[in-house]
Ligand binder design. Sequence first.
Ligand SMILES: Nc1ncnc2c1ncn2[C@@H]1O[C@H](COP(=O)(O)OP(=O)(O)O)[C@@H](O)[C@H]1O
Ligand SMILES: [Mg+2]
Length: 296
Amino acid sequence: MWIRKPVWIDSGDQLQQKTFHTKYWLNAHSNLYLGTQNARRRDMKIAVSGKGGVGKTTFAAFLIRALVDEGRRVLAIDADPDANLAQALGVKNSDEIVPISQMKALVEERTGAKPGTMGQFFKLNPKVDDLPERLSVQIDGVKLMVMGSVKTGGAGCVCPESILLKNLVRHIVLARDEAVVLDMEAGLEHLGRGTAMAVDRLVVVVEPGRRSIETAHHIRRLAGDIGIKNLSFAGNKIRSDTDKNFLLKQMPDFHFLAFLPYQSSIIEADLEGRPPFEKDKEGLEIIKAAIKELEA
Ligand SMILES: Nc1ncnc2c1ncn2[C@@H]1O[C@H](COP(=O)(O)OP(=O)(O)O)[C@@H](O)[C@H]1O
Ligand SMILES: [Mg+2]
């Protein structure tokens, strides 16, 4: 007897329901079982960028905490060469974390070439899917990975560690099912075109200041070039309505997701080596509201 069975298929980055026609009940049943076993909803992939010092890491830390407070599983990626997300999340001895780009044996094992070398043959598609479990640090329900910096030897340089990181970031964005927050530098290094297209949203942090706005314009062009679909801006270090209005006036055709006030408690948290969300609950609430907007 032929029967029809709706089955959830988890293709890595998408969950689809398909109806199968099958002759055997047992087959239909095991498909359904396998389908539901594999079927976990793909959660948001959010990248954070902006000029150095505007508050990307602070914003990313708030975002990560807000997602965890909602009961979501979160993978946090520090993809800024000027890495400080671990510290902002409250990891003790964060300076002892070895960034992945500096794991020489790993880079060689996976790509077949020594880090820092060029002009050698190496694998363009190294295995990376086991790395999030193996190399992440756990902190208060968050998995954190620190990518590290890659020395580029001029335009068009392809070195083994940058291939490994690019593949790793692509795997994380395309195939992981938990919420992912990427703390990135302004240049969006490690985001290839295919990866960028799968990022659900890029949030560019700006502070009231001309240089930070210039960088935001630059990132908007770059984001368009590599195929980012959704772009929002977050105003940070806002001291008054004058600051907020300055940003709105200078950036009239930009979507603002949130404005975070300038808070001395954020600086105090930084000085004490504590996460900003422990001392600034107002900021956390603002980011929680912003997540609701993203999901609406
Ligand atoms: N809303 C804010 N109010 C006060 N200080 C802030 C705020 N956001 C960030 N800072 C401070 O600004 C500095 C840079 O922030 P950080 O998040 O490290 O920037 P980035 O990651 O963009 O380089 C830190 O000392 C941080 O404590
Ligand atoms: Mg930072």
